[in-house]
Design a binder for this molecule. Structure first.
Ligand SMILES: Cc1cc2nc3c(=O)[nH]c(=O)nc-3n(C[C@H](O)[C@H](O)[C@H](O)COP(=O)(O)OP(=O)(O)OC[C@H]3O[C@@H](n4cnc5c(N)ncnc54)[C@H](O)[C@@H]3O)c2cc1C
Length: 323
């Protein structure tokens, strides 16, 4: 393998690596001889099994950060490690809030650029070429680092599948977190976990989304009910998020979440480019819209020209009759 070492930031949530970290480990192990995961927040020994299974040989553990924001501390620890001579060819970072914070700070500390919004990676002659979706996902541009390593790639969720390699647990090595002074003064005081009963929107196998065509906030209940019956998650267009019908966490699209379910059902959504970019990677798309010319039909596998207020209750009734 022409690429020697890749580090993957393996952020954790509720005691498990975030799904994107497993996707990035899967990709890293296909490209490099050595893959190391970097984690923080405590419990690294407990994560080593899963991280090893997906391709990490080593876990760099920064330990419990005492409630401090990870950005400054993780970036400082990794920069110190790189400067000490332990230099990977690339660092893969999931596109999460903390991932982006760490990538920016690490880029500044190491004086190397960072490539963001990566949706694909290929290796050519020992170099990584990253693919980026631009112009609302209508074009893919390719980029590569020409200067000093490591190349920092901030990669979008669902860009690669997460596949277990069946390997044993990774060995855990403790990294020292340096003193960074006032820059690490901010700490997390409280976490708000939004209530939800089904799967997470960006991990769901079925997503049912509603748009302005629903006509009123209370009609979103139809979307939620259909999603529940299909064991899926409920999403939304920005129009109804901006209207205050549903929280921002439901938004699918350029400025919301990117979803890649097996089935996406768009209800009363026109199909603006900024919406399509967040969902057109779905395996199957069903669109319900009363306008036969709506752009959403251009990406739909099955188009239903009809009124959501008539179609959705019928669908719900039929599913209830089957269960
Ligand atoms: C910088 C930027 C970022 C953006 N980011 C996002 C983003 O992340 N996600 C996003 O979604 N949008 C985003 N937008 C907004 C986007 O351009 C559209 O305005 C938005 O997606 C439209 O939402 P909509 O389809 O619900 O509403 P509309 O465009 O108003 O479409 C409503 C649709 O419902 C249909 N309809 C009406 N009544 C019925 C009925 N009874 N039954 C069936 N169909 C019916 C209509 O025919 C129409 O096609 C962004 C815009 C900008 C400028």
């Amino acid at each position: 393998m022409a690429i020697d070492t890749i580090w993957v930031l393996a952020e954790q949530q509720d005691g498990a690596p975030v799904p994107t970290a497993l996707e990035l480990l899967t990709q890293a192990r296909a490209m490099a001889g050595t893959v190391k995961a970097v984690t923080w927040g405590g419990g690294a020994e407990g994560l080593a099994g899963t991280l090893g299974e997906y391709g990490a040989q080593v876990v760099y553990d920064l330990g419990d950060l005492g409630g401090k924001l990870p950005g400054p501390l993780v970036a400082a620890a990794l920069a110190e490690r790189v400067r000490s001579g332990d230099q990977p060819d690339a660092i893969f970072v999931p596109t999460t809030y903390d991932g982006r914070d760490i990538a920016g700070r690490l880029s500044a500390r190491l004086d190397v650029p960072v490539l963001t919004n990566v949706v694909g990676l290929v290796e050519e002659n020992g170099e990584l070429h990253s693919e980026h979706a631009v112009f609302g996902g209508t074009q893919i541009v390719t980029a590569r680092f020409t200067g000093a390593r490591p190349g920092i790639f901030v990669i979008r969720a669902k860009s690669f599948p997460a596949e277990s390699a069946g390997g044993g647990p990774a060995s855990v090595e403790t990294l020292t977190v340096p003193e960074v002074g006032a820059v690490s003064a901010a700490s997390v005081q409280q976490r708000h976990v939004e209530e939800r009963s089904g799967p997470k929107l960006d991990e769901a196998d079925v997503v049912v989304s509603g748009g302005r065509g629903l006509g009123a906030a209370e009609h979103y209940a139809l979307v939620e009910e259909l999603a529940r019956l299909l064991h899926g998650a409920a999403g939304a267009s920005r129009a109804i998020v901006d209207a205050g019908w549903v929280p921002y966490s439901h938004q699918v699209g350029q400025t919301g979440k990117t979803v890649k379910p097996t089935l996406y059902i768009a209800c009363g959504i026109s199909g603006a480019t900024q919406h399509l970019v967040g969902m057109k990677g779905a395996k199957h798309i069903i669109a319900i819209n009363k306008d036969p010319e709506a752009p959403i039909f251009s990406v739909a596998d099955l188009g239903i020209v009809g009124d959501v207020h008539k179609v959705l209750p019928k669908l719900i009734e039929a599913l209830k009759a089957r269960s």
